[in-house]
Design a protein around this ligand. Structure first.
Ligand code: PGA
Ligand code: ZN
Length: 422
């Protein structure tokens, strides 16, 4: 097993024009690899902390030079000359070095960059595809390709907040391949774009993840328009193309009430509203339907949706094993949205996945709203057998890098797409 010769990092820009990190790992046999770190905007309160420079004169304080220095300095000194036979060994060293519960000292961005770059170097060194390496890491083999969930309309923090809910996504549920699923989604997106141009008479604005962001009068209009676009593209809503919703409700939850389309809803009223959406629209998954701290009502939400739509936790679970264990005990969800940078290392994210899988939950492997052209997420979704993948829309290269990598993996492996929903 070769040793780590050097790790270092560079501050680069993400898809929003904000700084993030690209980390590099070099092994003693000459293997070199790099990986870039994504970054969220509608972040959960329990997420691991990114190290930001805080210098208001540069990138509004969001610079990542300090995080890059931590990689090339303290982390490099600690890893240099050591051989790690597993990802867990490397990640344990990183956690020990940082020494804080939320990665605040060295930065979750610094730790994750090194964790990912090491994974890629290890795959290259073993001469296996990255998805195979990720599968080996969790003691599994690549079984299926993830079902696509693709942003069509966006609001909330990823757009101008013109509609409170964050995303309405398309799920090409009848597609047998990623290729077929993408073609269906692109057809619906084109139909929706045409309808929006006719209706609002303006050039289409898109949100951070490429979803269309017209000024709908409310969330239900957004859902109804998604169904109309599916029909306009010649598909049967529900059977051929279904919907998923990221409500991201923490971001419109104030003083115990959900501020939705002019109404102030109690938790029980919010649950009734979500249930009525699941009854009236072909929705197969509802993400963050309640706020991240509304623990008391999540079990009721899950019961209300059970059998109709997944109760998917993003900010609510934060890919954090402790939060997942608590949700399991309470029966508060039945699906995990997995974002590795919410927790900060691959090993901890693998533990989150293990807990969810053991409980029979579905797992969605997710990108962030601030992404890069790196495509490791597609390999992760295949290697960890994600039931779904959530990357964003189909008009921006940082999203397409992942879809195109999935196409490549599909052509290479001929794996079938996960049987979901139903
Ligand atoms: P974020 O949003 O990357 O801005 O946190 C993505 C999501 O909420 O799923
Ligand atoms: Zn979300």
């Amino acid at each position: 097993m070769p040793t780590v010769r050097r790790v270092h990092a560079l501050e680069i820009l993400d898809s929003r024009g904000r700084p993030t990190l690209k980390a590099y790992c070099e092994l003693s046999d000459g293997t070199r690899a790099a990986a870039s770190v994504p970054s969220g905007a509608s972040t959960g309160a329990a997420e691991a902390l990114e190290k930001r420079d805080g210098d208001g004169a540069r990138h509004a304080g969001l610079g990542c030079r300090m995080a890059a220095q931590h990689v090339g300095g303290e982390i490099d000194t600690a890893l240099r000359g050591k051989a790690f036979t597993s990802q867990a060994g490397l990640d344990a060293e990183l956690l020990k070095l940082d020494g804080t519960p939320n990665k605040a000292r060295l930065g979750a961005n610094a730790l994750l960059g090194v964790s990912l770059a090491f994974a890629r170097a290890s795959a290259a060194q073993a001469q296996v595809p990255l998805y195979q390496h990720f599968a080996n890491q969790v003691g599994d083999k690549p079984r299926t390709l993830p079902r696509l969930t693709v942003n069509l309309f966006s609001g909330g923090k990823h757009a101008g907040g013109q509609v409170p809910i964050q995303d309405v996504l398309l799920v090409p549920s009848a597609a047998k391949t990623v290729d077929e699923g993408l073609a269906a989604v692109c057809a619906v997106y084109r139909a929706a774009a045409k309808r929006m141009l006719e209706r609002f008479g303006m050039r289409l604005l898109t949100a951070d993840e490429g979803g269309l962001a017209p000024p709908f009068e409310g969330a239900e209009a957004m859902l109804a328009e998604a169904v109309a676009a599916i029909e306009a593209a010649g598909f049967e809503p529900g059977r051929e193309v279904a919907l998923a919703v990221d409500v991201a409700s923490s971001h419109f939850f104030e003083n115990g009430l959900y501020h939705l389309d002019g109404a102030k809803l109690s938790s029980a009223e919010m649950i009734a509203k979500l249930r009525s959406w699941a009854e009236r629209f072909p929705i197969v998954s509802i993400e963050d339907g309640l706020a991240e701290d509304d623990w008391a009502h999540w079990p009721e939400l899950r019961r209300a949706l059970c059998g109709r739509a997944l109760t998917l936790g993003d900010d609510f679970l934060c890919t954090h094993p402790k939060r997942i264990e608590r949700a399991l005990a309470a029966g508060a969800a039945d699906a995990l949205l997995l974002k590795v940078n919410q927790i900060g290392t691959l090993t901890e994210a693998a533990e989150a996945r293990r807990l969810a899988r053991n409980a029979g939950w579905k797992v969605t492997i997710s990108a962030r709203s601030g992404e890069t052209e790196d495509d490791w997420l597609a390999d992760l979704a295949v290697g960890w057998s994600g039931d779904q993948i959530k990357v964003g829309s189909i008009t921006q290269s940082e999203r397409l890098a992942k879809y195109n990598r999935l196409l490549e993996i599909e052509a290479e492996t001929h794996l079938s797409v996960a049987a979901w929903p139903g």
